[in-house]
Design a protein. Sequence first.
Lengths: 249, 204
Amino acid sequence: MALFNKGYGDSKAIGVFGALSFLTGALVLATAMTGIRLLLALAYVVGVCVLFSRDSFRDLRQLTKLVPMVIVVSALLWREEYQPTMVPAIVSSIPFISGLLVGVEMSIRAVVMVLAISAFVRTVKFTELCYLLERVSKSRTFSFIFGLAFNLIPYLERIARDTMSSIRLRGGFRMRNLASSVRHMLSSTTLNALAKCDDISYAAEARAFGLGGVRPNHNLGYHQNGLSIDLVILTATAIVVALAFTLRG
Amino acid sequence: MTDLQKEKRAPRFSTRDAVYIAVLAAMWAVSETVLGGQLHALNIPFSGVVLTAIAVFLMITCRSLVPKIGSILVMGIVVALLRILSIGGVILSPTIAIIMQALLLELTMILSRRVTALSSSIGGMLAEFWTFFHPFIVQPLLFGLPMLTIYQKTIISGSQILGINPANVLVILAVLLIIHGIVGIVTGIVGWRFSTRVMEILRR
């Protein structure tokens, strides 16, 4: 499938509890820490990404426009006093430096958040995440819905492409009939897709999915090997959060 | 095991409900990745409005076909996960927008108890309003509260440079908000009309 990414690339799977503790710790640090202490959060998140998920650094591309803009705008427009701890007062009194420091701090916070969320998504196994969601929602259909939606995407793309071609052949998608063409395409594609639902649900029920035949899926569940990594990440997160709050006080 | 116990252990959605949610979620995911990717690559303004309009249409159709609490939210979570899995990488902003729009529509439908023209238009309007407010909420979340001060100062400086009253900037923002609201109402009503028609076709 061209559009969707099934593998982990350069990432190693952490257990769901380790990944969740890392995410929570990183987000707490990013929101609660200010000034130089934010660098501790950055160092921790970068460290975890280097060890477990180097692909996450690629997701920083979404900040390439925002970060320079935020730094420049805050350097030019910020006029209030800003004195981070550990930065000499003489430095922050220079014009534009206060704004620049605010911009840099905001950018570090955004980098920490993006890296933390990206590392969480890339390291946690989707089967484990689905299992967790099913446990929380007490519904056994979530992974079925997710898996089915994932597998239906190429089929729906084909329907949409065929419908679009046929509308275009009838003179659609011109400026004068653009709105009606989009409406026709959307309704036609949706109806076509919904017409397939009967077949899929009969096939699923024939494979004993449904009210009577629901059995625990042994492919889902927490993996055992990652337990030690989970424990290490949990401990590391607790130490870093405790250290950051101690330094703050 | 008694029938009551069986019913308690049963999944909340039937197989057919789950299939409807999956199909519509896949359609939403396709529109987000294919159309959304192209619109953003071309830097077309108001691309979020178009994508939200399609999403509202699909969410209302989903709620009409699966009139159970949580159907829209489950659809939103599935689409958000599919968006995360898409080849462009983990992009936070659209993922948050998808979940918030699903949440807003879900809350509207819970409060109205059933899918009507009024509830669909209100839900559509709220989802489109979220598209408008989205950057003003997500960026302060991501960058921290000083972002709000930066916005305020940018508006004041921008209006001084252009020689317009800062109050006029607010008028422009209000007009944009109204446009978003109107698109949301129209999409909600179109979605509701389509879903009632689909129900008739599927009943045949």
